[in-house]
Design a protein around this ligand. Sequence first.
Ligand SMILES: NC(=O)c1ccc[n+]([C@@H]2O[C@H](COP(=O)([O-])OP(=O)(O)OC[C@H]3O[C@@H](n4cnc5c(N)ncnc54)[C@H](OP(=O)(O)O)[C@@H]3O)[C@@H](O)[C@H]2O)c1
Length: 346
Amino acid sequence: MEVINRYITIKNHVDGAPQDSDFELRFSPLSLFLDPASHEVIVKNLYLSIDPYQLNRMKSYSSSQQTSNYAVAITPGEDIDTYGVGKVVASGNPKFDKGHIVAGLLKWGEFTVVKPGGMLNKLDPMGFPLSYHVGILGFSGLTAYAGFFEVCKPKKGEKVFVSAASGSVGNLVGQFAKALGCYVVGSAGSKEKVALLKERLGFDDAFNYREETDLKSTLQRYFPDGIDIYFDNVGGDMQQAAVSNMNINGRIAVCGVISEYTDRENRAAPSMMDVIYKRLKIQGFLAGDYMKLFGDFLSTTCDHLRTGKIQPLEDISDGVESIPSALINLFRGQNIGKKIVRIAED
Ligand SMILES: NC(=O)c1ccc[n+]([C@@H]2O[C@H](COP(=O)([O-])OP(=O)(O)OC[C@H]3O[C@@H](n4cnc5c(N)ncnc54)[C@H](OP(=O)(O)O)[C@@H]3O)[C@@H](O)[C@H]2O)c1
């Protein structure tokens, strides 16, 4: 049997904010017959994760492209891989049978041919919707968990600031911090997001950074006794303002600097005097380096979901055609929670 696989590629390198015109929908015939000796697996994609770092892979140059196997450069016209969940429709690999639900590195398209050695595992949904395994129980969740617990080493009662707090990683950091008993304030880009953080997710406070003119004094207002932990998703001015409001021995996990991804000229320049005299620890990290925590992360997060201590926050759009706008909208602040594209029903 043969199908037509529809998939998304970039037409050119993307060096500024991504636009619709940077992407193209392509079609290619795909045979669903596999030689049993091929060790390949064909997966029908169901849910795909949409992530800001993909933009750095699309640039003509980004230092990130040399430093991680997941962040390698994407050449225009090539398929684009991402974390996702799907269903096996043909297998030449004895570990997988037709019908198995799997998670791994899939393509921005309707089907993925996973070569031998490709990242693919059978998935036990554990009673949760499959989409959760792309976000809250997938890499976004692991990023929040590892970044907060391993990098920030939080203690009950500490004061925590999270930027891009209504996003996929940020909302979970805030919820993990509240579950531990920290005081948590988040920043986000709209009134609606601020209300959601306070009213639905239990943040102690939140503010719309777009309405603020001096972020340093904004943070002084929200943290009159200083910040112990800053979970940085945005970089730029917010990082500078946070550093100047940190307490002695404060920790900053630099998870991402999204405000710098679309603007080469925008760079955080935090005061190194503050870093030295307040003995601050500022650490970048990559979730992929913390796979050893995956089991702990999964059992803790599943327990919190079952008891209602944390809530999932998903933003799902439908169909392969919606992949470009899903990515573009991350840089326009138009997602609330984990951005996922549903390619097909479970
Ligand atoms: N280190 C790792 O292993 C790792 C793993 C996953 C993600 N990350 C990073 O973590 C950050 C969050 O990723 P995510 O997947 O959770 O995305 P996300 O927060 O769900 O989506 C991006 C959000 O960033 C905010 N934003 C966009 N442009 C901005 C700007 N110029 N200034 C301030 N905020 C801006 C928007 O919310 P507002 O409405 O608040 O502006 C937008 O909704 C990103 O920097 C990402 O690269 C790192």
